[in-house]
Design a protein around this ligand. Sequence first.
Ligand SMILES: Cc1cc2nc3c(=O)[nH]c(=O)nc-3n(C[C@H](O)[C@H](O)[C@H](O)COP(=O)(O)OP(=O)(O)OC[C@H]3O[C@@H](n4cnc5c(N)ncnc54)[C@H](O)[C@@H]3O)c2cc1C
Length: 432
Amino acid sequence: MKDSPDIENGAQGGGHVPLWQRTPANDTSNDRALRDRALRDTVEQTVDIAILGGGVAGTSCAYHAASRGLSVALLEARHLAARASGRNDGQILLGLGEHYNRLIGQWGARDAEALWNFIDDNHEGMLAVIEEQSLACAATRRGGLRLAEAEPEAAELRESTELLADMGVPARYLDASEVAEALPLSRGFVGGLFLEREAIFDPFAFVNELAMRARDRGARVREACTVTAIEGDAGGFRIRCADESEIEATVLVHATSALAPELDRSGFLGRTIFPFRGQILATHPLPAEVCRAMPPWAMSSNFCYEYFRMHEDRLTLGGMRWAVPGEETGIVDDSTVHDGVTARLEGWLEAHFPAIARAGTAMSWTGIMAGTRDGLPLVGGIPGRPGEYACAAFNGYGMSFAFAAGATIVDLIESGRSERPAATMFRPSRFA
Ligand SMILES: Cc1cc2nc3c(=O)[nH]c(=O)nc-3n(C[C@H](O)[C@H](O)[C@H](O)COP(=O)(O)OP(=O)(O)OC[C@H]3O[C@@H](n4cnc5c(N)ncnc54)[C@H](O)[C@@H]3O)c2cc1C
């Protein structure tokens, strides 16, 4: 299938660097120097909140805390959005990978609706900030399409369409011929659920831009700052970093995703979070007529295990970890890819979008996620560790949760409670 060499991943390409971390869109965002030179804001006094980890979760916490006048230090080992937040597919979905009928089956109608509303708030809040504050992150809200490759899934999509319509959510079921009309280059889809408010964006640019807005509000950001140890207790934490700096804080937030267990002295996060790795490929630039035939939607199939979208003149496609032994669980290395996953992704593209597969794979990369047994994140106080909060384990859906989760953490720090009904579902203490 590959009819041109993988030069962008080869010696000239610099390894498995995500598309987002090399596009011109990022180079025109408001601080190009960010990736050439680490941000090293000074933190002289004890801060109200120290946030460990500068992905979408940590950055959202920093943005909300600084917006409410709290003093904040955001400490990131590499650079902002270096890990999953700058390595994902940039789909801002409503709902989760599980179709809505399954969410009701798992959680019951009331909790499934609360979950949906939390994600909806996240969605609207994030897109409002992007628009109001002109965050340069190529956000496009034209809709999203979940596709079925076989009739049993199509039946679940039809049922979910009705359940969502009952809640007043604009959702539309497309039969096989309507899918073929919407996606003329596609093959092998028997139905789809279209949600008109779903969106795509450049996740790396979003996190970097949001961090700049947090800095405008007084947050101090330190990149190349690996936290090595936490000492002290609530009201007087001392955070030691590999660069020999030391930061004092009243409370702290663990937003280090799959690496959070390393810094948690209680051992709780090690018992509740497990790492797993996802992989994406991007095609070579596609001919103009192919680009014109592909809508700017967030798209997925096979219960969202495979997901794809257009970015400029390329298609990105992720998934297929289920198809290799071990399903990429337990891995924390995001510098390599699994050739078996690449081959399965290329096979999927050949089967479903042969005209796109012809362009060949230009680059591929991986990212590490943190999972929990019930598929929901950890947002709240860590049991037995007063003053220490977790904002982590967003499984495969950090863009759907983390912005509202950051606001929830600040609510909990300020008042001990959150007005969002679903917040109780994310309490870490559910696993205690
Ligand atoms: C291939 C792939 C595709 C995905 N697609 C989507 C998608 O389309 N839509 C969606 O909603 N979600 C998607 N996700 C999931 C999403 O990317 C994650 O849920 C989200 O980015 C998690 O954000 P985070 O801030 O918790 O973690 P991260 O972005 O991983 O941030 C954690 C940060 O902590 C830092 N850190 C770790 N240890 C330390 C330390 N000791 N000191 C200081 N800093 C430290 C890390 O360097 C890192 O920057 C995808 C994920 C992957 C991997």
